[in-house]
Write a new protein. Structure first.
Ligand SMILES: Cc1ncc(COP(=O)(O)O)c(C=O)c1O
Length: 361
């Protein structure tokens, strides 16, 4: 029995450590906090919970594969035509669809290094190749990316803002990039963290994707909308590209609970502003406190902060685990001295700072 040879080179994905795994491994008794996977600390919208409870008795039926209600809600709230939207089992699934639809074996995508790990994983699984261009001053190097384009390049993936650095591209930078990008290359703007952006010069691809058929925008309900555990996200694109992805999509790729919860959350306008307020206050608090500890937090447009500890970060990460605090070590992203902290509730942020202070002393 032999799998495709190139699969042997694909490393296993290492997600943020789950709370229960840490409890089992270290036998910890007290409260464990997880600030590792850029999740929303607030819990889901009460309206999403209500929709889930109301829908639970009907899970003996398949969901509406076309997710009609959710597309309607996206039309009402964001002005997106249902023909422009493909709903995925997390926005991860849309990344997978795009690669399966457009990248053949031996063809290429271009990504930054480091960036969100799934672009490279999906392309390698498909037998294609990821060409990675190092970040420049912690930002996407758009000039370097343009120089890396070849006749094999099919898609460029830019997470805007970038995970793990938290930096975002301004509209002017994107406009000049598009002007120089060959017409046959797709540009995916992955806006998983867009709802947390505060910089006014950072503009969503949703406001200009209709001007250029090469642009695809990804959005998720896993972050600001608090539904990571249900797995639902979407891609926005020209209808002719959406039609291609719809051919790849399994008939029931998103589950019923995810669909009703996402629809309800979109309609709950108060929820998003509550989340934004708590995350922005958390970012400001953590930045102040981290600087006071002599550390270097990178400015962020997201719900996480990349922090340079100015020493090897692994031992600090391990020590935090023993105190029941899970953050993300960044050595696998090439940042030996950094951890990535997801902004939590105020008391979680305070606890992190307290534990960090004790460890660093
Ligand atoms: C940049 C980026 N894109 C996409 C995702 C995946 O989101 P989803 O949960 O919708 O698959 C993440 C999650 O961490 C991310 O950081």
């Amino acid at each position: 029995m032999e799998a495709k040879p190139y699969l042997q080179q694909v490393p296993a994905y290492r997600p943020g450590k789950p709370i229960e795994e840490l409890r089992r491994e270290l036998g910890l008794k007290g409260e464990i906090i997880k600030l590792a996977s850029n999740e929303n600390p607030l819990g889901p919208s009460p309206q999403a919970l209500e929709a889930i409870i109301k829908t639970a008795p009907t899970v003996n039926r398949y969901p509406d594969g076309a997710a009609f209600e959710l597309r309607e809600a996206l039309k009402e709230t964001l002005g997106l035509s249902p023909r422009e939207v493909v709903i995925g089992n997390g926005s991860n699934e849309i990344i997978d669809f795009l690669i399966r639809a457009f990248v053949s074996e031996e063809e290429e995508i271009i990504i930054s290094r480091p960036t969100f790990l799934m672009y490279e994983r999906f392309v390698r699984i498909a037998g294609g190749k990821a060409i990675s261009v190092p970040l420049k001053e912690m930002r996407h190097d758009l000039g370097g990316i343009l120089r890396a384009v070849t006749s094999k390049t099919k898609i460029i993936f830019l997470d805007n803002p970038n995970n793990p650095t938290g930096t975002a591209l301004k509209i002017g930078e994107l406009e000049s990039f598009l002007a120089d990008l060959p017409l046959n290359v797709l540009l995916v703007l992955d806006e998983a963290y867009f709802e947390f952006v505060r910089d006014q010069e950072v503009v969503s691809g949703l406001s200009f994707f209709r001007d250029d058929e090469r642009i695809i925008v990804l959005r998720t309900f896993s972050k600001a909308y608090g539904l990571a555990g249900l797995r639902i996200g979407y891609g926005v694109m020209a209808p002719k590209i959406a039609t291609i992805l719809e051919k790849i999509r399994q008939p029931f790729n998103t589950n019923l609970m995810a669909q009703v919860a996402a629809t309800a959350t979109l309609k709950d306008r108060n929820y998003l502003s509550r989340v934004q307020r708590i995350i922005w206050e958390g970012v400001d608090f953590l930045n102040r406190e981290l600087v006071a500890l002599g550390l270097l937090p990178y400015p962020t447009q997201t719900n996480f902060i990349l922090v340079d500890l100015r020493r090897p970060a692994r031992p600090v990460y391990e020590a935090l685990l023993h105190q029941g605090v899970i953050v993300r070590p960044m050595d696998s992203y090439g940042f030996e001295n950094c951890i990535r902290i997801t902004v939590g509730l105020p008391e979680e942020n305070q606890r992190l700072i307290k534990e960090l202070r004790e460890i660093l002393q």
